[in-house]
Design a protein around this ligand. Structure first.
Ligand SMILES: [Zn+2]
Length: 259
């Protein structure tokens, strides 16, 4: 089978599907300039201190770690990142009425910024565009806290209770949000096609969506630029550039006719 055959196979399966569940990982956002955290050029590979900032025990225990974390948040390339062709293709898929849910491991909100409905998006690792207070649970836009850092506060405390604030994302050592994970695993069993994009499918429990979907009889399509842990379960494995390939398999009619 050639690459073109595999693309055509994936496109035919998506055309035939009625309830598509999508799972996305870092690979869909790298074309927007957001680095993959664990890849060979990833943030943690280059800067082990960044991994410390992402570990909840260090973050809570050490004000210096928090100050460094706020400084690096100010500089994040994610604030100016724009959605790419891959994000837009999934908006097109939603407009066909067959998108059941869009589960993402990403924290950049680029799906919503591209136009995906917030009620379809399940953010299993939270959002970097919000802060949360570790003590009282208050959530607020990240912009509010970053403005205080720019104005000179090195570790801005919660305005409600004075507690420690952090990005509303799941740090290492921090429990996942049970309701959110339950929803992700439930929707996996409800579709007739599961499309996994830009993830190596190694992070539990989210990667269990693939065997859950397969057991429920769904077709499995995996699109990633490198092998994944679940390729053996897939009906179609596409090893291709993500934005272009997604545009072809579920993007606009224009993108399809150009093929
Ligand atoms: Zn608080």
């Amino acid at each position: 089978m050639t690459d073109a055959d595999r693309i055509a196979d994936a496109r035919a399966r998506i055309d035939a599907a009625r309830r598509v569940v999508v799972l996305t990982g870092a690979g869909i956002s790298t074309e927007s300039g957001i680095p993959d955290f664990r890849g060979p050029r990833g943030v943690w590979t280059k800067n082990p201190a960044a991994e410390k900032q992402s570990t909840i025990q260090h973050y809570l225990a050490d004000p210096e770690v928090r100050k460094a974390a706020w400084r690096s948040r100010l500089d994040s390339p994610a604030w100016t990142a724009e959605p790419n062709a891959g994000h837009r293709a999934l908006v097109t898929l939603e407009r066909t009425g067959k998108l059941h849910a869009l589960v993402t491991q990403n924290i950049d909100e680029l799906h919503q910024r591209a136009g995906s409905s917030a009620d379809k998006v399940v953010e299993v690792h939270g959002s970097m565009r919000r802060v949360m207070c570790w003590d009282c649970g208050r959530r607020a836009p990240m912009d509010e806290a970053l403005a205080r850092v720019r104005a000179g506060e090195s570790d801005p405390p919660c305005p409600a209770c004075g507690g420690i604030q952090k990005s509303d994302t799941i740090s290492f050592g921090q429990a996942l949000v049970a309701d959110v994970i339950d929803r992700a695993l439930r929707v996996a069993s409800e579709g007739d096609l599961l499309l996994a994009v830009g993830t190596t499918l190694q992070v539990q429990p989210v990667c269990a969506m693939v065997p859950i979907a397969a057991r429920a009889g769904a077709a499995i399509v995996i699109l990633n630029d490198q092998p994944t842990a679940m390729d053996a379960l897939a009906d179609v494995v596409l090893r291709a550039q993500i934005g272009a390939a997604l545009s072809e398999i579920c993007g606009t009619a224009d993108a399809r006719s150009a093929h």
